[in-house]
Design a protein around this ligand. Structure first.
Ligand code: TYD
Ligand code: MG
Length: 461
């Protein structure tokens, strides 16, 4: 009889060790090793099928490829993030905080795939079949092509995939399914790793694309961890603040497409809907030309997006100054505030600074630096930026305004939305169309270009 094997697996990096140690020998993290026991496979349940041929090398020209390897969905907001649709036999991880809308999004995806490509298996280890049905009917699209399986035994899920051969299978969630052969609780790193590995093999062998839902911890990692991200083909994150309507689907890894693409959705009474023109929605709420706000065209993947950056300065004579940022990296904010004080001659030493990006959007691009600086300058002067103005540019430590990628796209998005003036880095001439561009060398020039009436003549070129 085969023996039970025991190893230790690191919760952080997934590295294996034969002996327990306080520190992982692979990634040096402390107290992360977990015991991992694999019992011998029950007869007939595991292992290669008896009919399997031994694997042999073949000329690459003879490798079979599918004519239509992608399953497109009705929503291009999802297609774009996937790189064109689900790839057959791929394993996709959709992560996000509890309650953000992962199950809802995947139900929409399941219904769309089933309408176009055939039956979809929705395996729910988290909710009962009734709960899932209630959600599906709320989305207004119950379909007999959607096969429900309320199950947390991964063996049963795999068997169902192999027998039903659906066009797509969803496993909600990877932290709640378990492999009975693994002697460890559902959600533990060993269970998550083992179940993912088995579902990966099932996806590759059957050609059925499998989507795993993964919960994210407060720190932003998928609970039972990066191991999972290494194993899957595609990692998508669904983000958004629960009290706001916007949900953003972002790809951080994709073996079949570009990363950093985003899809935008809005949550409503009847589930999610895709938002094809987010700039319009984001700006609709904008009070025109308010003090302390600046509009910046950022690029998320291939898509330009007009976001509104807001700031507020508030007097504080105490020793502890507050700097908070919503939707902006706080380290970047600290750096920019230093540049604004030193190169823009704005004294912030007795000011609390609050930064917010409207609509729950998270800005990761340095091209938004200048917009943030001008929003603070606007507060400092207590004057709004002139109506119809946008700002684009990265700020260096010397206060210089640096060029950014794809200026033309950003300008044309702004022009499309009715903006008329753009403050841009010097020498970065793009075809501006109907926009009037003001080229600036540094922050001081940008501030005088933005507030010409106040300062005297602008530095506009
Ligand atoms: P859910 O998809 O269950 O989140 P997750 O799977 O990521 O945990 O959805 C969570 C929230 O979405 C829930 O608080 C209710 C809300 N919601 C709506 O507002 N409208 C809807 O039509 C649905 C289905 C959910
Ligand atoms: Mg859920």
């Amino acid at each position: 009889m085969p023996k039970t094997t025991t190893t230790f697996v690191c919760r952080e990096c997934g590295g294996e060790s034969l002996r327990w140690a306080g520190q992982c020998p692979h990634c040096r993290a402390w107290n992360t090793l977990e015991e991992f026991t694999v019992k011998p496979a029950a007869a007939g349940r595991r292992g290669a099928p008896a009919t399997a041929q031994p694997n042999r090398p073949v000329p690459i020209t003879e490798v079979e490829v599918d004519d239509e390897p992608r399953l497109r969905l009705a929503w291009d907001e999802i297609n774009r993030v996937l790189g064109g649709g689900f790839v057959k036999g791929s394993l996709v991880l959709v992560g996000g905080e509890p309650g953000v809308g992962k199950s809802t999004l995947l139900m929409h995806a399941a219904l769309q795939v089933s309408a176009r490509h055939g039956a979809v298996l929705y395996a729910s280890a988290e909710e009962s079949a009734r709960q899932v049905r209630m959600r599906a009917s709320r989305l207004g699209a119950l379909s007999p092509q959607l096969l429900m399986l309320a199950e947390n035994d991964v063996d049963v899920v795999i068997q169902a995939i192999e027998q039903a051969r659906p066009a797509l299978a969803v496993v909600d969630s990877i932290q709640t399914v378990y492999d009975p052969a693994v002697d460890s609780a559902p959600g533990s790193v060993t269970q998550v790793r083992e179940a993912t590995g088995r579902l990966m093999r099932t996806a590759k062998e059957s050609g059925v694309p499998v989507v795993l839902v993964g919960h994210v911890t407060k720190e932003g990692a998928i609970a039972g961890p990066r191991v999972l991200e290494h194993m899957v083909d595609t990692v998508l994150y669904l983000e958004g603040e629960r009290r706001l309507d916007f949900r953003i689907l972002r790809s951080t890894k994709n073996r079949f497409g570009a990363t950093d693409e985003i899809g935008i959705f809005a949550m409503g009474e009847e589930g999610l809907r895709e938002v094809e023109d987010p700039s319009a929605v984001l700006l609709a709420e904008m009070s025109r030309a308010a003090t302390g706000t600046a509009v910046v065209p950022v690029l998320e993947g291939t898509r330009p997006l007009l976001v509104e950056i807001q700031s507020l300065l508030s007097k504080n004579d105490g020793p502890m100054l507050r700097r908070t940022a919503n939707g902006f990296d706080l380290n970047r904010v600290h750096m920019l505030l230093a540049v604004i004080e030193n190169r823009g001659s704005i004294n912030l030493s007795q000011k609390d600074v609050f930064i917010n990006v409207a609509g729950g959007i998270r800005v990761t691009e340095t091209a938004a630096d200048l917009g943030l600086a001008l929003s603070i300058a606007s507060n400092h002067r207590n004057l709004p930026l002139p109506e119809g103005t946008i700002a684009i540019g990265e700020l260096g430590l010397a206060g210089e305004v640096r060029r950014v990628s794809q200026l033309e796209r950003r300008l044309s998005e702004a022009a499309r939305r009715g903006f008329t003036r753009a403050i841009i880095p010097r020498g970065a001439t793009g075809a501006a169309g109907p926009l009037r561009t003001l080229e600036v060398r540094d922050l001081a020039e940008a501030i005088s270009a933005a507030f010409p009436a106040h300062i005297g003549s602008g530095v506009a070129s």
